[in-house]
Write a protein that binds this ligand. Structure first.
Ligand code: IPE
Ligand code: IPE
Ligand code: MG
Length: 247
């Protein structure tokens, strides 16, 4: 029996975010170069995106490259940027076939021109799709996002466009790079690491966290279903008591 059969369609998360980790270790276990692991991870991206869209999930965010990842050896960074161009180019058809809109969040100005161009084109070409939004977090980190938002708000205050007394949580959230995208109810991290690595710190305030030892290139549809079933068995209390939620 598939975990898919256990999913309650009425309790589906609207937004699932994934820290795709473990490509390098997956390749090394096979005696291959790290980039072989990154390439193999593309299939997991395709399967996860298709499965999420078919289920009815509205937003799927994938952490593809952090601001800290720029510190990796130049050859790996270059290979990742090249893989990104090739993947976006090749997978635009998958996006069309599945009615998926592509979005990107992060310091996109730091990306090489060809990568940024390919990304912009795919975003433009898929902007009318409305079954699911696939959000790539690229050259992204929470501290980058929060710092940038503070700069923006400070400038607005200096220019008398806002009154600091007006600033509430809703306003802060909207200034972030994720802007109007609803917070993820479920955050998945692969590869057995129990950390957040500077990902969506504001937005995961009340997300359910799910960690799996699977390395990203081994992650398949069934693993997504399993994570969702696990999520659906939890009681999300948001500070209240169990009794308040069940009466
Ligand atoms: C995740 O896999 C992909 C990126 C961070 C780009 P890693 O490359 O981090 O793989 P491990 O964690 O070293 O195994
Ligand atoms: C987090 O993975 C970033 C992405 C998945 C893109 P890392 O492999 O960079 O995280 P750390 O450095 O091990 O925490
Ligand atoms: Mg890693």
């Amino acid at each position: 029996m598939s975990f898919k059969d256990k999913i309650d369609q009425q309790k589906l998360p609207e937004h699932v975010a994934i820290i795709m980790d473990g490509n390098g270790r997956w390749a090394q276990q096979k005696g291959k170069l790290r980039i072989y692991g990154h390439r193999s991870g593309v299939k997991s991206v395709r399967e996860t995106a298709e499965a999420a869209a078919e289920l009815g999930i509205k937003f799927l965010t994938l952490y593809a490259f952090s601001t800290e990842n720029w510190r990796r050896p130049r050859a790996e960074v270059n290979a990742l940027m090249k893989l990104l161009v090739q993947t976006i180019h090749k997978e635009t058809k998958t996006l069309h076939d599945n009615n998926i809109k592509l979005l990107a969040v992060g310091n996109l100005e730091a990306l090489p021109d060809v990568t940024a161009k390919e990304l912009r084109e795919a975003i433009e070409e898929t902007k009318h799709h409305d079954r699911m939004s696939l959000i790539l977090a690229l050259s992204y980190s929470s501290r980058w996002e929060i710092t940038r938002a503070i700069q923006k708000v400070a400038k607005m205050a200096v220019e008398n466009q806002i009154d600091p007394a007006q600033i509430d949580q809703d306003f802060v959230g909207k200034q972030l790079a994720f802007g109007n995208i609803p917070d993820p109810e479920l955050l998945i991290r692969t590869s057995g690491e129990y950390r957040i690595s500077n990902f969506m710190l504001w937005q995961i305030a009340y997300s359910e966290l799910y960690f799996t030892p699977k390395l990203w290139p081994d992650f398949r549809r069934e693993d997504l279903y399993e994570a969702i079933v696990d999520f659906q068995q939890r009681e999300r209390r948001f500070g209240k008591t169990h009794e308040q939620l069940t009466k």
